[in-house]
Design a protein around this ligand. Structure first.
Ligand code: 5GP
Length: 191
């Protein structure tokens, strides 16, 4: 069992509706020592890949991506959730449906910060149905850049995202894969 799995068992809370609450260490209060271990592990798993940029999505991916970036020595760009619609021309855009908030957001990345020379590692906190990742992949493709790999902290293996993304052929490295969780008993099982 790795340190992220241990932390999930110790401090994660299973909520109704297939939601795992990890706000005491991952996406509200942040455990930087844990993030550092996660960054180290992704660096190992993506050894040999020519990565020159990390792309994540606001808000929860940003902290994780920034600590991971120190292991890769590359900048972090985050896709912003935007209400503005009149940004075409200067921005790459994608529609992303939020798993936790059940609403749709347009996410944007400035054309200044992503182009065809970029070899990108995508990072996010959770993978559920894969909407957030598919939005990020679309943005990378619009820029003519290359997705070199995808690092996820927690994949919920009982939802469809992991299968969709692996079937697209990407190297997806999830540090903890939850295959089953029960909100009534609080039990969590890993792959
Ligand atoms: P997807 O787009 O893959 O359906 O969902 C991924 C996004 O939804 C992540 O960026 C994350 O913020 C949020 N998310 C999905 N499942 C969970 C969960 O169980 N707990 C929390 N805290 N966030 C989740």
């Amino acid at each position: 069992m790795n340190c992220l799995e241990e932390k999930i068992l110790k401090d994660g809370l299973v909520k109704e509706g297939n939601v795992l609450k990890v706000d005491s260490f991952l996406n509200h209060q942040m455990d930087i020592d844990l993030f550092n271990e996660m960054g180290k592990e992704w660096k190992k798993r993506f050894e040999g890949k020519q990565i020159n940029k990390i792309l994540t999505i606001e808000a929860s991916g940003i902290g994780i991506a920034c600590i991971a970036a120190q292991h890769f020595g590359v900048p972090v760009v985050f896709a912003k959730k935007s209400k503005s619609i009149n940004l075409e021309g200067e921005m790459y855009t994608a529609e992303v449906e939020s798993f936790t908030h059940k609403n749709k957001n347009t996410v944007i990345v400035s054309k200044k910060f992503l182009n065809e020379n970029d070899h990108v590692l995508l990072i996010d906190d959770f993978l559920a149905n894969g909407c957030a990742l598919q939005g990020l992949i679309q943005i990378v493709q619009s820029a003519g850049a290359t997705v070199e790999g995808i690092g996820i902290a927690i994949e919920k293996g009982f939802q469809s995202g992991g299968t969709i993304i692996r079937n697209l052929g990407y190297q997806l490295e999830s540090l903890a894969i939850v295959d089953d969780m029960n909100w009534e008993t609080g039990e969590i099982k890993f792959r």
